[in-house]
Design a protein around this ligand. Sequence first.
Ligand code: PGA
Length: 247
Amino acid sequence: MDLKRRPLIAGNWKMNGTSGGATVLVAGLSAAAPDISAELAVCPPFVHIESVRKAISVISLGAQDVSFHDDGAFTGEISASMLADMGCRYVIVGHSERRQHHAEQDQIIAAKASKAMQAGLIPIICVGETLAQRQTGQTEMIIELQLSGAVPRDATGKSIVIAYEPVWAIGTGQVATTAQIAEVHAQIRENLQKRLAEPDYLRIIYGGSVKPENASEILSLADVDGALVGGASLKAESFLAIAKAAV
Ligand code: PGA
């Protein structure tokens, strides 16, 4: 394993579960984590972070979103410093579900990533094309635009993680082919290699219908440094099976 790019297997629980269920899930994951070489992370809904924090060990804690404001009069928002105070190490920014349902654009995503970095969190910055964009040959251009718009100027290879998540593969069971994944990951690495300090540390993870059945072939690709897992992260058995495939 290249220690500069220790694989990261992050569970995005999305808007699912009760605090009791979250506690049981993370306790089960924590018990198994010492035997797994990859870094594991879970990103519960905000309201479950406290109960997950009490039950977690070895595994990293993350959140699914963060405000681009500093603390203050911003009703309903959660700041990066609050997440850091709760023991979070990661925060997902720019997930396609936020781009799609909450009209988030690259400028906002970059601002969120910056706030996260300032608070000492590592933003997992999501990029990915829609099916229509892929079918019309725009994938490369869309990824370039998202990287230039959503990755903060002062990011380094150590201070961020990139998640490539083709929108058409999320929650659909339709996983990208290894050739498609390899091509986009190589493009992302080449782009950011030129731009970032400490590029050798940059982790680029794949997300979109990652399951125990397809994890090994995806995670063995040269430029894939882990996975962002949605549906399969809600059960300890499937999440751990994916994590064990990262070597
Ligand atoms: P999925 O979700 O694994 O359920 O496709 C991935 C994600 O949205 O991060």
